[in-house]
Design a protein around this ligand. Structure first.
Ligand SMILES: CC(C)(COP(=O)(O)OP(=O)(O)OC[C@H]1O[C@@H](n2cnc3c(N)ncnc32)[C@H](O)[C@@H]1OP(=O)(O)O)[C@@H](O)C(=O)NCCC(=O)NCCS
Length: 170
């Protein structure tokens, strides 16, 4: 079952991340995003009474004052529940909710082998807030959620929790 995260889910969400990400501590950014008063869609996958997965989508702008776009990150599924379609369900539910809110475009920095299955393609119009190493360019991906939407050539304008170069670097 996929549902909107409630504030009392936060401890369980934060406990999930070190289990899924062995080398990166994403808890600070998850916590900072969870505290934003608006502009963050946080979804959990509930299974057998516990949390099996989590995803966040942050509303950003394609250039200052530009159209709202969603940034997908982070996404994690409990190791023992991976490869059961939970990650896919979280991503697709997020797309549906963003589109229903009129957000026409979504971006992600991640493995194209995984995210390509949702329709993401290398992003060439919206730049990351911090320059990526060239070998990471294929990992910066975007896709329209509302047919025909083409984002302006711009630099992604992100809220404070994402203004940390370390989140955009290897
Ligand atoms: C990546 C992750 C979110 C996928 O969640 P999931 O619930 O296992 O994914 P799904 O069941 O929807 O999809 C599984 C498919 O994705 C593939 N997949 C999973 N992780 C992948 C990866 N890093 N790269 C490429 N493919 C991957 C699996 O091989 C499987 O493919 P198949 O269906 O062809 O066998 C989950 O494995 C995870 O939390 N990993 C650790 C944290 C992480 O890397 N998060 C992504 C950050 S960008």
């Amino acid at each position: 079952m996929i549902r909107t995260a409630e504030s009392d889910d936060l401890p369980a969400i934060l406990a999930l991340y070190p289990r899924a990400f062995a080398e990166e501590d994403l808890r600070p950014v998850v916590e900072a995003l969870a505290k934003l008063p608006h502009g963050v869609l946080s979804l959990v996958a509930q299974a057998d009474g516990g949390l099996a997965g989590h995803v966040m989508f942050t509303t950003c702008a394609a250039g200052q004052g530009g159209p709202a776009v969603g940034l997908l990150a982070p996404l994690c599924v409990a190791p023992e529940r991976q490869r059961q379609g939970i990650g896919g369900q979280l991503v697709r539910e997020g797309f549906a909710r963003l589109a229903a809110d009129g957000i026409a475009y979504v971006l992600v920095l991640g493995d194209p082998d995984y995210y390509g299955r949702f329709g993401f393609q290398q992003e060439r119009r919206i730049s990351t807030p911090y320059e990526l190493p060239p070998e990471w360019s294929p990992g910066w991906q975007g896709q329209s959620l509302i047919e025909g939407f083409i984002p302006p050539v711009s630099t992604l304008d992100v809220p404070a929790p994402w203004r940390q170069p370390s989140l955009w670097l290897p």
